[in-house]
Structure formats: C-alpha cells, structure tokens
Design a protein around this ligand. Structure first.
Ligand code: B12
Ligand code: SF4
Length: 484
C-alpha cells in the first residue's frame, strides 16, 4: 500500500511538520469496514489549514474514512515520519488512538485534542501508552497548534495546554495572562477549510450532486444530558456564529471551485436560535442562495416550534433540503430527564409543518437511557412509527436514525451515572463495537455508530435494544428504498 494517496494535503517533497490522525473506530484488520462514506474531519482540517497558512507542512490521515487496520495506520505514520503526530480523541476511539500513539517512532512528538481529551485530561496524561504526549490541548486548537509547531516549549505560555511534569509525573497546565484569545479563535477571520485535507469532501452524492460539509457556528447553549457538546461539558467554549456573509463566501468558493450545489452544516446551532435563522435567511435571500443551492442543517424543535409559518416558508425558499432534529424519545418523562426541553407533541407538529413544505426531516432517537422503562422505550418506537405514518403523503420525507445510549465522559449523564456509585469510569468506558449485521444492507450505513459499553442502564436488556435497532433500521431502509 502506498503511503501518499492516504495522506491528505502534504507537500511530499518537504519534511512533514504535523500529521493529524483520525483513528479508526475499530481494528479493520479483524472485520473490514462496511460503510463507504463518513462525514469529514472538519476540526482537523481547520487546524491543518490554519497551520499551513503559517508555512507548516501538514497532512491528515483519516484512518476511519479509509477503513485502515491499526497496524497499517501505525506503519503509515512511522513511514511519513512527521515532526508531530496529532490525535483527535473521541471517547470510543481513545483506546485505538492510545495503541497507535504507543507504537510510534520515539522521534515523533505527540499532541492530542478533541472531546475526550477535554473530558479526561488527567487520565489520558497518566496513561502509560501516552507517556510521550507532549501537549494535550483543551478545546478549539487552531492557533495553539500553530504556536506549538513553531516551538514545543511554547506550551508553557499557552492556555489550557497540558502535559505531564517529567519529574513529578503529575499533569501541568500552561498559560499566561493575556492569552485567552486562543480559546475562542475568531471564526470569521479563520481561513476557509482547505478541502485537500479531507478524504471525501466535496463528494458526489447518489443523485449526482456535488456536496460539501461546513461549520456555521461553534458551541451549543443547550445541556442535553447525553451530549458531548452540552454547555456544561464545555465551559471553555464561547458560542459563536459566523457572519452570514462569511458563510456565503465559503459557499460561493466551493461552488466556483468544485461545482458544489449542496451543503451540510454539521454544527449544532445553525437552526438552533431564532436570531441566527433570521440573520442567515435575510442574507440567503439577498444572495439568492435558494436559486442555485440546497442545504441541510441541524435544528432545534423548540425553536422551530415557535417559528411562524412564514419563517418555515422562507427556509424552504432559501434551499433548506433537510433538517436533522434531536427528537430522542417518545416519552415525556425521558425528555425531561435528559433536559431536552421539548415534548413528543412539539416534535410531531414540527415534523408535520416541515415535511408539508417539502423539507425533509432526519430524526435522531436514543434507546436505553438510564432509568428508561420498557414502556418508555416502546413509546419511542411508537413515535417513530407515528412520524412515518404522518409524513407518508407529505412532499418531504421523514427518516429515523436510532442509537443505543452510551455514556460519554464529561457529559451531564456521565456525572449523574458515576454519582450513583453503581458504575466505575472503567466500566463505562469499556466501549466495544456491536455487529448488528454488517452483511445486511439495511444496517451497513449504521455500522460505525454501533457501540456499546455492554451495560444495561434502563429496564430493557441490550438484546432487546438491539432487536429494536435492527427492526427500525430495516423498516427505515425499506421505506427509503420504496420512496425512490
Ligand atoms: C461531524 C461529527 C462527526 C463526524 C466527523 C468526526 C470527526 N472525527 O471530526 C463523524 C460522523 C465521522 C463522527 C463520528 C463520530 N463521532 Co462525532 N461528531 C460530529 C459533530 C456533530 C461535529 C464535529 C465538528 O466537526 N465540529 C466542528 C469542529 C470545528 O470542531 P471539532 O471537531 O471539535 O474540532 C476542534 C477541537 O475539538 C480540536 N481538535 C480536533 N481534532 C484535534 C486534533 C488535535 C491534535 C488537537 C490538538 C485538537 C483537535 O480543534 C478543532 C478545531 O477547533 C460533533 C458534535 C460537536 N458539537 O462537536 C460530534 C461528536 C464530536 N462526535 C462524537 C462521537 C462520540 C463520535 C463517534 C465516536 C460516534 C460513535 N461511533 O460512537 C464517531 C467517531 C468516529 C471518528 N473516528 O471520527 C461525540 C464526542 C463525545 C465524546 N466525549 O467523545 C460528539 C461530541 C457528539 C456527541 N454525541 O456527543 N462525528
Ligand atoms: S444534543 Fe444538540 S442541542 Fe443538545 S446539547 Fe447536544 S448539540 Fe446541543
């Protein structure tokens, strides 16, 4: 296997300053990857773009997108011999990232960031496999990575950068007064993501349209108990939305350079606040975005529920193709328990109003929440069926994306679970991939999301949850296939 095509964006003739690595979710030597598409690693591409603009030679290795085995990932990094290797740590990918880090050539310096790094910095820094971790960066890392590439000793004056004291073997945090600007970089002056760092973005969708993913905002003001982006898990994050003009300029560039005609905003807030929707849609209308582009975004049911019909009409006219909504549960008690601030009735009404206008809805649901009874889980299954029935004859379709609950460190739910004394962090962190049927076409696209810590948090057993997940995925697949 040649190293070069798998590394995105380096100047091959020059020594590599930084190789950013997105670890595979599981070891694909054991069971090959069955998906052929995954969303791009935009955070790492932002870091790479920013560092490259300052003259550094950076590459991204998305081992998940390429379905690489662990050993092949290690070999590629060692062969590329970068000055630094950087890992984006997410809770279920931590173990594999640590295995890779431990096997790297000792001449390669290691840095790490991402949600899991922020949630458990001390644990990671004291993990023997991470003994050579020179810098653990909490939060948004573009400007601090560039400072570290300039000189690793800069870590001592950078805020929220941690390492292990070589003598005392205890975690140390850097930072000098006046450096807080590093924690919330100005996202309107940030260079647009250089797509050469991404394995599959822009990409050609099944309808032939060229699509690209974008980040419109950073941070989320809500506090859903299961979510790594919850405000209480991210006290360092300043919520920022890009100026509409800045977003539209990036859309135009993607259109002019790659013929992109469809966009997906992966962030949490794009349609999550009325003020943001108003501002964006005024600018989208002025620029006539709806005449040449379609776009998908995440939204909030409570916000869309309050929005008048004219606003939903405007969203449709501006090209909104699909909204992803966290509906999570069909049980009011569970929705209160997870602090979702919505009801099933609100969800039903929003789904109806959107699909009636031709806007598609993707609903996210979770089965197996802590304290959830079997009847409450069934209420979620019933709600999904109701929403399918309700939208059968609407112009926009409704599809359900259903997950098994798993606790992520740093989230409000993690704190609540560990406070019961019933679970240790080790137990909760013991994620293993679940093979619900990778050879089944209906389940193939969901394979990367099937993870479990093997624990039962509600009344239903894991086996019962898995049966529901398989049934719902098959039913959804049959509906989607039937609609073409
Ligand atoms: C898009 C997305 C994806 C995409 C791309 C993931 C990726 N690796 O970038 C896909 C669909 C592939 C994905 C998959 C998964 N995701 Co995801 N994803 C998101 C989402 C919605 C947006 C991420 C994003 O692009 N943000 C915008 C950019 C600018 O921010 P960022 O990625 O955080 O990057 C910044 C910093 O984190 C940091 N940083 C990032 N990488 C690095 C690397 C280094 C070296 C350093 C120093 C810093 C650093 O600097 C970046 C720039 O400021 C978030 C929700 C959220 N609000 O973050 C969940 C989220 C990050 N995902 C999550 C999870 C758990 C997963 C999965 C593990 C799901 C699973 N199967 O169980 C997989 C992991 C697969 C993988 N190996 O990537 C959790 C993480 C929770 C946790 N505590 O770990 C989140 C928070 C959602 C949630 N459920 O709570 N995800
Ligand atoms: S689930 Fe969505 S709304 Fe809730 S905290 Fe996470 S990103 Fe925010």
């Amino acid at each position: 296997m040649s190293a070069i095509p798998l590394l995105q964006g380096p100047h091959p003739a020059e020594p590599l300053d930084l190789l950013l690595v997105n670890a595979p979710l599981r070891d694909y030597a054991a069971r090959p990857r069955v998906n052929d598409y995954t969303l791009p690693v935009l955070g790492m591409a932002y870091i790479a773009t920013y560092a490259a603009a300052r003259g550094y030679n950076v590459a991204v290795l998305d081992a998940e997108a390429h379905g690489l085995p662990v050993q092949a990932t290690i070999d590629l990094i060692n062969q590329a011999a970068p000055r630094w290797a950087g890992f984006n740590l997410l809770a279920p990918t931590y173990e594999i990232s640590a295995r890779i880090a431990a096997a790297l050539d000792p001449r390669i310096r290691i840095m790490a960031g991402g949600h899991h790094a922020k949630a458990m910095p001390e644990r990671i820094l004291t993990d023997p496999r991470m003994a050579r971790l020179d810098a653990l960066i909490l939060g948004e890392a573009e400007t601090r990575v560039a400072e570290l590439l300039a000189d690793h000793r800069n870590r001592s004056h950078l805020p929220a950068v941690m390492w292990l004291d070589p003598v005392l073997r205890t975690p140390v945090t850097g930072g000098q007064p006046g450096t807080a600007h590093h924690l919330a970089p100005d996202i309107d002056t940030m260079p647009f993501v250089d797509r050469t760092y991404l394995a599959q973005d822009p990409y050609t969708a099944s309808d032939g349209r060229i699509e690209a993913n974008m980040v419109g905002a950073r941070g989320c003001p809500y506090d859903c108990s299961f979510c790594g982006a919850a405000v209480s898990a991210n006290p360092d994050v300043t919520i920022r939305v890009r100026q509409p003009g800045n977003i539209i300029e990036e859309m135009h560039r993607l259109r002019d350079r790659y013929a992109v005609r469809a966009f997906r905003f992966v962030d949490d807030l794009f349609l999550g606040a009325r003020r943001v929707i108003d501002q964006m849609m005024t600018a989208f209308t002025d620029e006539r975005v709806g005449e040449w582009a379609v776009w998908d975004a995440t939204g909030r049911i409570n916000v869309l529920h309050r929005a008048p019909d004219e606003m939903l009409d405007l969203l449709a006219a501006c090209g909104l193709r699909e909204v992803a909504l966290g509906i999570e549960s069909g049980s009011e008690r569970m929705l209160t328990y997870i602090d979702k601030r919505i009801t099933p009735a609100m969800a039903t009404s929003v789904v109806r109003r959107l699909t009636r206008r031709g806007i598609r809805v993707k609903g996210y649901f979770i089965l197996g929440f802590p304290t959830e009874t079997r009847a409450e889980m069934q209420a979620t299954v019933n709600l999904i069926h109701r929403l399918w029935d309700l939208t059968d004859n609407e112009i926009g379709t409704f599809r359900a994306s259903v997950f098994q609950f798993r606790p992520y460190p740093g989230t409000p739910e993690w704190t609540r679970l560990t406070a019961t004394g019933r679970y240790t962090p080790e137990q909760l962190l013991n994620y293993t991939p679940v093979n619900l049927g990778a050879d089944d076409e209906a389940l193939r696209g969901r394979d990367e999301f099937n993870f479990s810590s093997g624990l039962q948090f509600g009344e239903a057993t894991e086996a019962e949850i898995h049966t529901r997940l398989v049934d719902l995925a098959r039913a959804q697949h049959a509906r989607t296939a039937g609609s073409h």
